[in-house]
Design a protein around this ligand. Structure first.
Ligand SMILES: Cc1cc2nc3c(=O)[nH]c(=O)nc-3n(C[C@H](O)[C@H](O)[C@H](O)COP(=O)(O)OP(=O)(O)OC[C@H]3O[C@@H](n4cnc5c(N)ncnc54)[C@H](O)[C@@H]3O)c2cc1C
Length: 440
């Protein structure tokens, strides 16, 4: 009887998963397996909310696989070693895995391919699992990736997308030790992201039914909650980006939403071609960043004295998430206003974001810092103008900076301008040295 391994990585779903469908189609018995990678734990990449989100997503995936007649097999340790051992145990002729864009994923795939081939087993990598359009499928003449989003987006919008797949009909497992699911830690009261495909689908249905049509005029309003909040589900593949893009519809809101999914593909194709850009400047090289541990700490904890920046940073710590506009304001403030290296900001984000994603995070950081793909690398976001425009009544700042909740909107943007006794009574920090004069 032919047996295959379906190795899950960050494609934790049964719907529209070409890797799982191919594994189930070619063999009588399939072993769906996830390896709890020791290196992820050591690197801190599975920190806090992300670890909880992953555990819930694996539990949910196990439930879905059981409904199809199988279950999720768990192993812990070094992925190549664990997968080879399992392939030997069940005598799998072929192993299926989704390809991925980071240097870690490239190394893992290459090492796995070589270790399996020594055992006369084959690895089949599936490109079209994470993205709507797989990295590498679109290339400008003479280059291995697009460096300009506009040109990428035009090509992306023109190519045909693959068909959305249903779950496999049936999964049948051989006899083996299934291993143990990681324990699900309790979710903090402010953490609004239950992990898993079911939770993601419920959110996606609500979003496609009611939210997406207003997306184009709501997405930048800081207090509006006008975006999908699907990013953690997309990061771990609990949802298929292709399915979302296919079902989004045709209105202005839907078009803008699908455009954001193209940004996601854009950064993934860039990281796939240049994995070093997770840590190295992609475009303009900058080597005169300021070393200012106190300012960095004030930024991290939301105590810079600039309300809209502090609101974003405190939301990040409390919820593990913040809207795109707040990410841009806080990242611009760190890199452009304080002159601190984008890598310090990106690392802090990755430590706390539930949707922390190497391509989306680090390449967006570079975009904002002016070392990445932005065609206007001199662009600086003034936090006062941003607050005026995207939080005009101050509702976002009031929500996350309670010390300022009773102030009128204008004072809320520049509390340092209040008369001394009033300012002191707020118990809110004065702006970092030199800032009050530069921010006007
Ligand atoms: C400094 C900075 C750091 C970021 N770090 C991350 C990160 O770690 N993980 C992450 O998923 N996104 C990141 N983003 C991109 C974006 O802010 C988030 O994807 C978005 O805010 C998530 O909320 P949402 O799901 O409601 O997005 P929506 O506005 O509803 O967008 C739908 C989806 O499109 C994708 N998307 C949206 N905007 C972008 C973008 N600018 N670049 C790439 N993809 C996008 C995301 O997958 C998102 O879930 C970052 C942006 C900046 C400026």
């Amino acid at each position: 009887m032919v047996t295959t391994l379906a190795v899950f990585t960050r494609d934790l779903r049964v719907r529209d998963n070409p890797m799982l469908v191919a594994a189930a189609r070619e063999a009588e018995r399939v072993v769906p397996v996830f390896v709890l990678d020791a290196a992820m734990d050591r690197s801190g990449f599975a920190a806090g909310g992300r670890r909880r989100f992953l555990a819930e997503s694996l539990t949910d995936l196990d439930r879905s696989l059981r409904e199809l007649g199988g279950r999720l097999v768990l192993r812990a340790g070094e992925p190549v070693e664990q997968i080879c051992r399992l392939a030997d145990e069940v005598d799998a002729a072929r192993v299926h895995i989704a390809t991925d864009s980071s240097a870690h994923a490239h190394r893992r795939e290459a090492a796995l391919r070589s270790a399996l081939s020594e055992r006369r087993r084959e690895l089949r990598g599936h490109d079209e699992v994470h993205a709507v359009v797989a990295p590498g499928r679109l290339r400008p003449a003479g280059r291995d990736h697009f460096a300009v989003f506009g040109a990428y987006h035009r090509r992306w919008s023109d190519v045909p997308w693959r068909r959305v797949l249903g779950p496999p009909e049936r999964i049948r497992l051989p006899e083996l030790d299934p291993g143990a699911l990681p324990p699900v830690e309790p979710r903090a009261g402010t953490d609004g992201f239950p992990g898993g495909e079911r939770a993601g689908l419920m959110r996606a249905e609500r979003w496609l039914g009611q939210g997406v049509e207003h997306y184009d005029d709501q997405r930048d309003r800081l207090a509006a909650d006008g975006t999908s909040r699907l990013s953690p589900y997309l990061h771990l593949g609990c949802l298929s980006a292709l399915e979302l893009a296919t079902r989004a519809g045709a209105g202005d809101g839907a078009r803008e939403f699908v455009r954001q999914l193209a940004w996601r593909d854009f950064f993934h194709q860039l990281l796939d071609a240049r994995p070093d850009t997770a840590h190295r400047d992609y475009g303009r090289q900058v080597d005169d960043w300021r070393d200012d541990p106190e300012a960095l700490e004030a930024w991290r904890t939301g105590h810079t004295g600039v309300p809209v920046v502090d609101a974003g940073m405190r939301q990040l710590l409390a919820e593990g998430w913040l809207p795109n506009r707040a990410r841009m304001i806080t990242a611009s403030f760190l890199t452009r206003t304080l002159g601190i290296d984008w890598r310090a900001g990106a690392a802090h984000y990755l430590e706390h974001l539930v949707d922390g994603d190497l391509a989306n995070n680090n390449l967006n950081w570079q975009w904002v810092a002016g070392t990445g793909t932005d065609r206007r690398p001199g662009r600086v976001l003034n936090p006062l103008r941003q607050a005026e425009r995207y939080d005009p009544d101050g509702a976002y700042v009031r929500r996350h900076v309670p010390e300022l909740a009773d102030l009128a909107a204008r004072d809320l943007r520049q509390p340092w301008r209040l008369p001394d006794p009033e300012r002191r009574a707020l118990k809110y920090p004065a702006p970092l040295p030199g800032l009050a004069d530069t921010l006007r």
